[in-house]
Ligand binder design. Structure first.
Ligand code: NAP
Length: 327
């Protein structure tokens, strides 16, 4: 175990919540250490144009927005390392944060670890990951130019992926387990207007077919029980996300789905540990709401640090005057 550095505040995660928190804490006089993960930037690195982040009338690419946020955070004093936190110890003060054998300490921690893509949980899906099964249309879509692909899911992610894929693939078949989409009206409309996007309703994927690479899916109609197969070269799974909270389980309270519980604004059940973004928000889950909560978490952390540091100073003064008094 090697001790690396103590920071007033460590931010875990480098999506919009983490980087906004970094900008705010740095500008308040507490330059943070951001341990941002191997995959810097979070979910927006996997998206194309963002049209609903205010300030960009022509839209902005997700990766560009994240690079800008990073540049801004570093410019005002944040240090960012692209490594994964492997464990934490919130039972002692200062808090301990581990990256394998390296230990970092902090007076306050802001958790902004976001959420990761969910999978269907099929053996065949797992076996064919990277061989046609993907959770990232933007990353892998280009491999399937001119081919037939399937998208699983009925939310905004599934619609966004389908629209993106329809620009390069011959056909996109959306398989949804109900007969109504969860996606917003505008995304539904955009997807339905594309002539090469088709919908298969009330159906679930039973098996991804293929030996070394995907050749199709076997699906079951949940109303009739009827099974059928669809030929395709790729399956894009877009069925939502799971919060990245595993390493915090021994210390922090969570809801049934594993999202961090905030007890007061952005405070968790441990004084000095704050949560921001998708890791604690299963309702809004937008880049702009994550950034907003990141700013709130930073302001809460700064208030906490100011009280903590003034108490420490008062204690030091008291000890000094007592030692002078007693000679
Ligand atoms: P989501 O809204 O939770 O939708 C997940 C979809 O997958 C639902 O249609 C769900 O079906 C289906 N599903 C879940 N588990 C399944 C399973 N095991 N098998 C088959 N289908 C399953 O997730 P999301 O689409 O990732 O969106 C998350 C949030 O991000 C939303 O707030 C969304 O608005 C936002 N978002 C916005 C944009 C944009 O504005 N450009 C793009 C992407 C995401 P049911 O409908 O039956 O539950």
């Amino acid at each position: 175990m090697s001790f690396k550095v103590h920071s007033p505040v460590v931010i875990i995660g480098s999506g919009p919540a983490g980087l906004t928190a970094a900008i705010y804490t740095a500008r308040a006089g507490y330059p943070p250490l951001v341990i941002g993960g191997f995959e810097f930037g979070g979910q927006l690195m996997l998206t194309t144009y963002i049209e609903n982040f205010p300030g960009f009338p022509d839209g902005i690419l997700g990766p560009d927005l994240m690079q800008n946020m990073r540049k801004q955070a570093e410019k005002v004093g944040a240090t960012i390392i692209d490594q994964n936190v492997t464990a934490v110890d919130f039972s002692t003060r200062p808090f301990r944060i581990f990256v394998d054998e390296d230990m970092y300490t902090a007076d306050a921690v802001i958790i902004a670890t976001g959420a990761s893509a969910k999978w269907l949980g099929l053996e065949s899906e797992n076996r064919l990951k990277g061989r046609g099964v993907s959770s990232c249309a933007v990353c892998d879509g280009a491999f399937f130019k001119g081919q037939d692909v399937v998208v699983v899911g009925g939310g905004d992610s599934a619609m966004e992926d389908s629209i993106y894929l329809s620009n390069m693939c011959r056909s996109v078949t959306v398989i949804h387990r109900r007969d109504k989409l969860r996606a917003s009206a505008i995304m539904q409309k955009r997807a339905m207007e594309r002539p090469n996007i088709h919908f298969v309703w009330n159906s679930v994927v039973q098996e991804v077919l293929g030996d070394k690479k995907v050749s199709g899916v076997r699906i079951r109609n949940v109303i009739t029980g009827e099974e059928s197969t669809i030929s395709c070269s790729a399956v894009f799974v877009a069925i939502g996300h799971t919060p990245n909270t595993e390493i915090f389980k021994p210390y922090l309270e969570m809801n049934d789905n594993g999202y961090l519980k905030v007890v007061k604004e952005t405070r968790t059940n441990i004084d000095g540990v704050f949560a921001a973004g998708d890791v604690s928000d299963h309702i809004y889950r937008q880049a702009i709401t994550a950034a907003g909560i990141g700013a709130r978490a930073a302001l809460d952390a700064v208030r906490y640090l100011e009280v903590l540091h003034s108490e420490k100073k008062a204690q030091e003064v008291l000890v000094k005057s007592l030692s002078e008094e007693t000679g």
